[in-house]
Design a protein around this ligand. Structure first.
Ligand code: AMP
Length: 592
């Protein structure tokens, strides 16, 4: 089949003459905010914009969420139902005495209760933090400890498997609301009841469906997401209600959402994409959102696209690669003609995947870039511009992005020449920018230099103003689209009695982008057997969960370190891949 004409290089007539500024339509955040309603007293609240405003606009009976169950018919929740259920949950939080600003955590799959918990918490003016349900007990306890979780909404099964054993490490956790696993009613013993465990269903049933939205402002904290750095504990990036202005504007300008769209964001709300673009943006744009309860399965995904007549689809490169691997015959069995726009985020999207989208789905993938800290999409290939396959696109309206170089003295220089590699930086001031890392103001301040927010990503900008991803400036790992801090994995491994030291890297993988690989130095006298390797794999999987645990472990005699004792993961990685070591002047034992 001849390749369709997606623009792989901007055609001459669309090019910006070199001496003109890049063309930008007039845009201001205050103008964008006018698309929203705001609260009567002048404040802003995400849940109001996403749900109650839509009911007032006359969309009450429209399906807000269609949850495609693992088995059985889909469950439809209208905007009006979502409004009353979220009001009930807001009332529950008030009755439980959860104070404004206190944190409600969830550990749930993609099920109705998760969406109600998020939006009900925001309506009540409390802070919401979703946890990925594939996390093991340790990542859960670490994050709830840092975030001082007051309430946890989870299922009975997840509570038993992942939380109960950690409960004594969570002194701030006063209330655990158990959702039924579907096949059995929630059972709560007297001892559990005394420890604050309650039935979600019972609490919601007895709460009023009417609640006056909390008087939050644009700067009131609303959502917290944990992200990882190279060292130290995970960081709780705090976002405010005013972020909704960007969610709504990028929902329109990047995802091209229109009122009658059927939209499917495949990201789990345990990660930022599933929150900003799986919950907030689509509801703010008044569309019907598809939620798939089940995990990836190629045939199932094609079936959902076809049967639900999805018009706008937002997914991730790992999933696209898995669909590509499933072969070209499978999609031919489905009518995918409803699809109008396909977007991708989270990892580099190779040009082949863009072409494949065009050839197999009839639509090219539009890559876009952002991260937990930015709260929403910053750089994108939009429907309104030519796609350059392999590029992340251009800054979205309202966003100033640049390639900068940071000198050893911390001085930031903006690189104006095209095609020069440097750090991707953003001018602070967009509404969804994180406002702090919880309890770690110094770590937050370090992200800002010379009037720029430094993203930690290396990129280049071409002479048409498109940005191209080069790599991470640090050692964090993207595996199947999830950002993983090597330190968290190393720390868990070192809790095993046989382990003296561990170094963790991302090892390139055709499907997942990277898999987690650990290099382990054993304690003296420990025999390095295949059985010990298996035990360590199992040990870390139980503690960290499958999304975070290493998939490969090698035993080594020692780890390369800097003279100040930091593990040089970069060297572990280059040696694993048979690449040159590069600069080793800081390596311990090297000539000074
Ligand atoms: P997270 O904070 O988990 O959303 O991860 C953000 C990181 O994912 C970014 O800093 C990038 O390293 C990577 N990332 C996100 N989108 C893209 C993209 N379109 N291309 C390449 N890398 C991306």
């Amino acid at each position: 089949m001849a390749r369709p004409t997606i623009i792989s290089k901007t055609p001459q007539h669309l090019r910006v003459p070199p001496n003109l500024p890049l063309e930008r339509p007039p845009f201001s955040w205050s103008q964008a905010a006018k698309e929203l309603e705001g609260l009567p007293g002048g404040g802003v609240n995400i849940a109001h914009e996403a749900v109650d405003r839509q009911v007032r606009r006359g969309l009450g009976s429209k399906t807000a969420l269609r949850i495609v169950r693992k088995r059985g018919p889909a469950q439809d929740i209208s905007y009006a139902e979502l409004s009353s259920r979220t009001s009930r949950f807001a009332n529950v939080l008030q009755t439980l005495g959860v104070a404004a600003g206190e944190a409600v955590f969830s550990l749930l799959g993609r099920q109705a209760e998760l969406y109600v918990a998020v939006l009900g918490t925001l309506k009540a003016g409390r802070v919401f933090c979703p946890l990925f349900s594939a996390f093991g007990p340790e990542p859960i306890a670490t994050r709830m400890g840092i975030g001082e979780g007051r309430v946890l909404v989870t299922t009975q099964r997840l509570y038993e498997r992942k939380v109960r054993s950690m409960r004594d490490q969570l002194p701030t956790l006063h209330h655990v609301l158990l959702v039924s696993d579907g096949d059995a009613d929630v059972v709560i013993s007297d001892a559990d009841a005394a420890a604050g465990v309650r039935s979600w269903d019972a609490l919601l049933a007895s709460a009023s469906p009417i609640f006056q939205t909390a008087a939050t402002t644009a700067e009131t904290p609303g959502v917290m997401h944990f992200t990882s750095g190279t060292t130290g504990k995970p960081k709780g990036a705090l976002h405010v209600h005013g972020a909704v202005v960007l969610h709504q504007s990028t929902g329109r300008s990047v995802l091209d959402l229109h009122d009658d769209d059927i939209y499917w964001c495949t990201a789990d709300p345990g990660w930022v994409t599933g929150m900003s673009y799986g919950i907030i943006a689509p509801l703010c744009c008044g569309v019907t959102s598809i939620v798939d309860e089940a995990d990836f399965e190629a045939e199932r995904w094609y079936r959902i696209l076809a049967e639900q007549q999805v018009t706008v689809w937002y997914t991730a490169p790992t999933a696209v690669r898995m669909l590509m691997k499933a072969g070209p015959e499978l999609p031919k069995r489905f009518d995918l003609s409803s699809l109008r726009f396909a977007g991708s985020v989270g990892e580099p999207l190779n040009p082949e995947a863009v072409w494949w989208g065009q050839e197999v789905l009839g639509r090219p993938f539009h890559d876009n870039w952002w991260q937990t800290e930015t709260g929403g999409i910053m750089v994108a290939n939009t429907a309104a511009m030519p796609i350059k396959p392999g590029s992340m696109g251009k800054p979205v309206p309202g966003i100033d992005a640049a390639i900068v170089s940071v000198g050893d003295d911390g001085h930031v220089t903006v690189v104006t020449a095209p095609d020069v590699e440097g750090e991707l930086a953003l001018k602070p001031g967009w509404p969804s920018m994180f406002r702090t890392y919880l309890h770690e103001p110094a770590r937050y301040e370090k992200c800002f230099k010379g009037g720029w927010y430094l993203t930690g990503d290396l990129a280049r900008r071409d002479d048409d103003g498109y940005f191209w991803f080069v790599g991470r400036a640090d050692d964090v790992i993207k595996s199947a689209g999830h950002l993983i801090g090597p330190f968290e994995v190393e720390s868990a491994l070192m809790e095993h009695a046989a382990v003296a030291e561990a170094g963790v890297i991302g090892k390139p993988d055709e499907m997942a982008g990277n898999i987690i690989k650990a290099f382990v130095v054993t304690r003296p006298g420990i025999e390095r057997t295949p059985a010990l390797r298996d035990e360590l794999l199992g040990f870390s999987r139980t503690r960290l969960g499958p999304a975070v645990a290493p998939r490969e472990i090698d035993f080594v005699d020692d780890l390369p370190k800097t003279r100040s004792g930091k593990i040089m993961r970069r060297l572990l990685r280059s040696r694993e891949l048979g690449l040159p070591d590069g600069d080793v002047s800081t390596l311990e034992g090297s000539a000074p």
